[in-house]
Write a protein that binds this ligand. Structure first.
Ligand SMILES: [Zn+2]
Length: 448
């Protein structure tokens, strides 16, 4: 048999250890992992020169934009950024124009994406207006639902607990997860309105409005709903000490919950906002340092299940509105996340096993992405090849993303993704995109 590709001289992260081996790839799958001598003949061969091979990274929180928001990012530029950042699968958020919140909007989004994506893309849906649509959205292949608690995005009235419980009960029967942006809308809007009336329109007022309590209140509310309905609830971008505490309490009482942290909440603080201004404004915002200390502690203790970029690109103009309440929140992060994490590996705050667990194994498990997340025979050949010794400066002006700015711009990092294979195909090589539009796959949730 002649296989498609053999990758030789790899240091691959397998079953919790790094092993010198070769990998045979055929028809998009890993056919064999082992010594060079047992590799089958191949049409093509690549010598990886002892570079580290990680299971293809999965970023479970990405806003790819596209459609009417394509001026900010489109399916090509967003997935090129993913490939350049060593990420082989992204899960796309539903706050689009049109909002992904019905079988039809999901189908249309998948159809547009299919022609352009370079990596695997799965889709979240917001809740529909009519709960009967929920099953149709699942049937169409959404990987999970996303619920924004901070403002009304989907069709479900987020002010109404009974409506939330009713929708979650339907979700429970369909065994699909709900990811939540946990900030309490009522509390947030009240604070925001007060600041607006007092003509306080700066970053300081924004931070006060998006207080720790705003996060904690929404988390507690969702914990109660998850408990009543037994729906797996995933808390996106946890940012505060007490928010994490509430989640840990829920986990200790065996609730079906998981949570995520982002590089910016781990590595930036309010001090950085003095340097970056509104450019680094996100929701939830970056916080005082003791919060990130608590998040690092949560990673160490295993309470934080995954890391995700929350890649949320905007055009520069939208980031620089004079009135803070008009600033579009979010930062591009697909091309910075892995280098920042690898730098933390160098510093000893994370291990390679942590990176693989937090960005491949656990996201695959949580979102039921079958045959991904681990390097093993039979799995899809999604591989992230990194050079741990490459030291360089992050240059936002060279991003593949349309959003060419970053709060991490000019940071020196150590560790670089140098090749990205998606379903056995080389997509990125030394920062260059080497594959055609549409080389990636649309991932649909497996039918029950
Ligand atoms: Zn987000």
């Amino acid at each position: 048999m002649i296989v498609d590709l053999v990758l030789s001289n790899a240091k691959a992260y397998l079953k919790k250890e790094i092993v010198d081996c070769s990998l045979a790839i055929d028809d998009g799958k890993i056919l064999k992992i082992g010594k060079e001598a047992i590799m089958p003949k191949a049409q093509a061969k690549t010598d990886l020169k002892n570079l580290l091979v990680l299971p293809g990274l999965i970023d479970a929180h990405v806003h790819l934009r596209g459609q009417e928001k394509a001026y900010k990012e489109d399916f090509y530029s967003g997935t090129a950024a993913a490939a350049a950042g060593g990420i082989t699968t992204v899960l796309d958020m539903p706050n689009n124009d049109p909002v992904t919140m019905s079988a039809e909007t999901l189908r249309n989004r998948m159809a547009e994406a299919k022609k352009k994506v370079l990596v695997n893309v799965g889709f979240y849906s917001e809740f529909p207006r009519n709960v009967e649509e929920i099953a149709k959205i699942v049937e169409e292949g959404a990987v999970a639902f996303k619920l924004f608690m901070t403002e009304q995005v989907g069709g479900l009235n987020i002010d109404d607990d009974r409506a939330l419980v009713e929708a979650f009960k339907i979700i429970s029967g369909l065994k699909i997860s709900v990811a939540v942006h946990a900030e309490d809308k009522t509390m947030l809007k009240k604070a925001e309105d007060e600041f607006k009336r007092a003509n306080r329109n700066g970053i300081e007022a924004f931070l006060k409005a998006h207080s720790e309590n705003v996060e904690v209140k929404a988390i507690r509310r969702l914990l109660s709903i998850a408990e009543q309905t037994n729906v797996h609830t995933h808390f996106c971008h946890v940012s505060t000490e007490n928010g994490l505490k509430a989640i840990v309490d829920g986990k200790k009482s065996e609730m079906p919950i998981t949570c995520e942290a982002t590089p910016h909440h781990l590595l930036l603080s309010v001090d950085d906002l003095k340097r970056t201004g509104t450019l680094a404004l996100t929701v939830p915002p970056v916080r005082e340092k003791h919060h990130s200390t608590a998040l690092w502690d949560g990673i160490k203790k295993g309470w934080i299940d995954i890391l995700a970029s929350d890649h949320a690109p905007h055009i520069l103009q939208e980031k620089k509105a004079k009135v803070v309440w008009d600033v579009k929140v979010g930062i591009p992060n697909l091309e910075t996340t892995l280098p920042l994490l690898l730098t933390e590996v160098k510093r000893g705050r994370l291990s390679i096993a942590d990176v693989a667990r937090l960005m491949a194994e656990k996201p695959a498990e949580i979102f039921k992405l079958k045959s991904r997340g681990y390097l093993k025979e039979g799995n899809n050949a999604d591989l992230t090849v990194v050079d741990l010794n490459r030291k360089y400066k992050i240059e936002a002006s060279k991003f593949h993303s349309k959003a060419k700015y970053s709060p991490f711009d000019q940071w020196t990092v150590e560790g670089k993704p140098v090749k990205t294979f998606v379903n056995g195909q080389l997509i990125m090589d030394e920062g260059e995109i080497v594959a055609k539009l549409g080389s990636g796959k649309i991932i649909r949730r497996e039918k029950l």
